[in-house]
Design a protein around this ligand. Sequence first.
Ligand code: LLP
Length: 427
Amino acid sequence: MKTTDVNAFTLKNGALFAENVPLSTIADTYHTPCYVYSKAALIDAFQQFQLGLLGTNHLICFAVKANPSLAILNLFASLGAGFDIVSGGELARVLAAGGNPQKIVFSGVGKSHEEMRAALNAGILCFNVESENELHRLNSVAAEMGKIAPISLRVNPNVDAKTHPYISTGLKNNKFGVAFESAAQLYEQAAAMPNIAVHGVDCHIGSQITELSPFLDALDRVLSLVDHLETKGISIAHIDVGGGIGITYADETPPAFAEYAKAIMQKLVGRNVKVMFEPGRALVGNAGVMLTKVEYLKMGNLDDADKPKHFAIVDAAMNDLMRPALYDAYHEIVAVEPRDGEAHTYEVVGPVCESGDFLGHDRLLNIQEGDLLAVKSAGAYGMSMASNYNTRARAAEIMVDGDQHYVIRAREKIEDLFALEIVPSPR
Ligand code: LLP
């Protein structure tokens, strides 16, 4: 099941389009590499999620880290979204994009004094507190400011999200959250702190989760905690079930939003709580592609006894899309203008000087130098994890809306990359 119904990137008359715009037009206009997003797909993903929650007391907080583009944050804000942030930088972005501070939750294990102050000044909805020491720090920062900090504890339910170890967060050996066993006692401490107000319980078990059961197991544990707290006179107004719902990159079959929402809401029947969600990937992942151009084909020796290795060297690299190099993640790669004739199996690689710089292994493609490729499902954790490694300027980001297209982030200029650097004058 795909997470959006709008398939914005389709072949029309033998060429790949973003909505009604040929991707070749995007490449001609803005050059490559670039990220291309479909506004309709972004809206559709958000609305599908909302639809699954119709009639319930809920708040969808987009996880900014998945794609912090101001234009995308602004679009989600206009649809009523809240935001899950993990830094003062993300707070500033949400505010700059017109997000409502009263719909912001602040997660993360390392909130600094300054970040706490900025969030208290902005008047955010809730701090998702991840440790005892963070709770004490927040209480004293709030006291200095004469404010009360609204909190949830992020509890670690110790369930296996069955996903890549780097993106699994709900096991007790992860650095995230408060151990389930100590959560009740910490809530009692929090409830007694003068500058802390207990609002909710939070949990997030990992990312790219394609089954319902880990979410439901985690929620069962959270609900047992909520019931226990009730007996101690601590009432919980909201339950934040985190993000993590997966998307289809290849042949994964994550639950549809409606199915996921229904399963969660079923467990909450009869409870007077608001439910909060922190989806990132599922709202943006399949609404974006990375567009790149083949610079060189480097063919292996066809007489080689082993399978010859052919390389398609493209103008995007691991600095632009890090997921393949970092997680061995799969992204489908397709020709923008597919050719007839014989295809070859290629390693699709970038110009960065590392053997780990690949976008895809063993891809059957019929391509020539100068052809355009679209790296699909790149809307989440693509541009947000891009770097300037090898002094490569980060790609432009383009939004497509019907037959319109426009820049939402200009390509970086090389001189910007060293603008902050100082060469010391000789002594
Ligand atoms: N809430 C919290 C507290 C999180 O840590 C995350 C993601 C989310 C929500 C959103 O999760 P999502 O719905 O996107 O799965 N860079 C990795 C993914 C890291 C996810 C980190 N936390 C990747 O490219 O796969």
